[in-house]
Design a protein around this ligand. Structure first.
Ligand SMILES: [Zn+2]
Ligand SMILES: [Zn+2]
Length: 355
């Protein structure tokens, strides 16, 4: 039975042991000090927007953490995790920690600590990996800084004036359509508000939300505003958003028949037709088509007699001294001014003021 010669480390003289194997003449402890036992493969450039912390992935910008340095740390961590490989004689490497440091001159490094396995024994090594970080404004931020925009949403109302409440609702829908970073500027107009947006997509989404939730009429148009760097024509999208003027409880004429507008909900206008005694739900687009063709008329758009409610039950209306029986919504009050409409041999009274 020959005695096996125990090997020793040429650097420190340590004898070979199960937890301190000798590799290429060095003990594991010395090997760890002398040579890199892992590497970070697939090192790529980290491109981060210094304004909004967005970062570039395969030619498209992705929203960052909100903090530029934190985003760089996150990206470095991800890159190291994906690219960590053992370097022979190491057989395995497991990431323990990544610390991103910024040195003088603004260069970034990752201090990577990993546990590596050599001949079945474990050792821990820390290596400094240079990071290729580029800070470059994303297109959105570039546009914003130049006050440039790709889409305008013109919020207007049939009434000629957009109310604060309507603007508040519109603002909530904007928040749903995109992030606050999409709005370049708000421009007050006499008859409404212009919202200047970086993205055509966000503008379209916001407009569709206003169509569905507020009954707005939407008209899109494009105009050419110059050339892009790549020589292609640059267009700007203008979306006209027209809000309906009717308030719940107001009267109108539907194909000449007196009706009450009951409200707007989930893309549909609700009407109550007084003569036919039935409820009608009209999708937004249909409503606006009928408005355009004059089949739906508001009461201040036609000439109508005005009277006052003389008795509630039965409903009687005084029109120029003559008292007539009429039909109307149940909530008309004594003395209230009403529009008086004759339709198919009957007299109808509709409220003059919305409630
Ligand atoms: Zn040694
Ligand atoms: Zn940015």
């Amino acid at each position: 039975m020959g005695r096996r010669r125990r090997r020793f480390c040429v650097k420190c003289g340590a004898l070979e042991a199960p937890d301190n194997p000798i590799v290429d003449g060095l003990c594991l402890k010395c090997l760890t000090e002398e040579r890199p036992l892992f590497e970070v493969k697939s090192k790529r450039k980290l491109v981060v927007c210094p304004v909004c912390s967005s970062y570039l992935v395969d030619n498209s910008w992705v929203k960052g953490t909100g903090d530029v340095e934190e985003t760089i740390r996150m990206l470095a961590h991800r890159m190291v995790e994906e690219g960590l490989r053992p370097v022979p004689p190491a057989e395995g490497a497991e990431l323990l920690s990544v610390e991103v440091v910024r040195r003088r001159g603004g260069k970034y490094f990752a201090e990577v600590t990993a546990e590596v396995i050599v001949k079945g024994a474990k050792t821990v090594q820390t290596l400094t990996v240079p990071l290729d970080v580029e800070k470059k404004p994303c297109p959105k931020c570039l546009m914003k800084s130049g006050k440039d925009y790709d889409a305008v949403l013109q919020i207007r109302s049939e009434s000629g004036r957009v109310t604060l409440e309507e603007l508040r609702t519109a603002g909530e829908l904007f928040a749903k359509a995109g992030s606050g970073e999409d709005v370049v500027e708000l421009v007050d107009q006499k008859n409404g508000l212009d919202v200047l947006l970086v993205s055509k997509e966000v503008a379209k989404r916001a407009a569709q939300l206003m169509r569905f939730n507020m009954g707005a009429k939407i008209i899109e148009s494009y105009s050419v505003v110059g050339m892009r760097k790549d020589g292609k024509v640059r267009t700007r999208l203008t979306i006209s958003v027209r809000l309906p003027k009717l308030k719940g409880g107001e009267g109108l004429l539907f194909f000449g028949e007196p009706a009450i507008f009951e409200g707007f909900n989930k893309g549909k206008f609700s009407l109550y037709l007084l003569h036919s005694d039935k409820e009608l739900k009209l999708p937004t687009d249909e409503w606006w088509q009928l408005r355009k063709s004059g089949k739906i008329k508001y009461l201040d758009e036609v000439y109508l007699k005005v009277g006052t409610v003389e008795s509630e039950n039965p409903l009687k209306v005084n029109v120029g001294g003559e008292v007539v029986e009429a039909e109307g919504p149940p909530d008309l009050e004594l003395g209230e001014e009403v529009y008086v409409i004759e339709y198919k041999g009957k007299v109808y009274a509709l409220p003059k003021e919305p409630r």
